[in-house]
Design a protein around this ligand. Structure first.
Ligand SMILES: [Zn+2]
Length: 165
């Protein structure tokens, strides 16, 4: 019935706005400040839909916010990158991804803890749920996914950091 459907949508909308206000208060409050801000907001909405589809999770479990550690060059100067946070629908675990610049909009890099320095760094390219599964449960008979040499994010004394390369 119409009233039931409307209240379900309103309930989900209220939950969505609470999640955004909590996770990204500045980004959410200022999304209408300029055409660029609104463009970024709508682009990130599309990123969230794409990631949700790729990983078979409800879109409200995907949040795209400013990456506090990575910026990208744009016409208007350096802009914060996208940090994609997927909350596991079954639990409290969060998975974080950043864009894979070699395949924009089609794959992302899973962030996880570096075993050497404990910093959160890219560990695996993920385009599908199977890529995530392969990372979590690697096939011992096939070589690992391509190297992810990006040295940013490691602590300076880590062997994988820029200084160590
Ligand atoms: Zn490291």
């Amino acid at each position: 019935m119409m009233t039931t459907a409307t209240s379900v949508l309103a309930h989900r909308a209220a939950r969505a706005v609470r999640a955004h206000r909590a996770a990204d208060p500045d980004g959410f409050r200022h999304r209408h400040d300029s055409p660029q801000a609104w463009d970024r907001w709508t682009r990130r909405a599309r990123v969230a839909r794409t990631v949700a589809t790729a990983l078979h999770v409800p879109v409200e479990h995907v949040l795209v916010t400013d990456d506090p550690h990575r910026t990208y060059p744009a016409r208007t100067g350096e802009v914060p990158g996208d940090l994609i946070t997927v909350t596991d629908p079954a639990g409290r675990r969060e998975w974080r991804f950043i864009p894979d610049d070699t395949t924009p909009g089609q794959a992302w890099l899973l962030l996880d803890t570096c075993p050497h320095c404990a910093a959160e760094v890219p560990v695996a390219p993920v385009a599908t749920l199977a890529d995530l599964g392969d990372h979590l449960d690697p096939d011992p008979h096939t070589p690992p996914a391509r190297e992810l040499p990006d040295p940013t994010g490691h602590r300076p004394d880590c062997a994988h950091s820029r200084a160590g390369n």
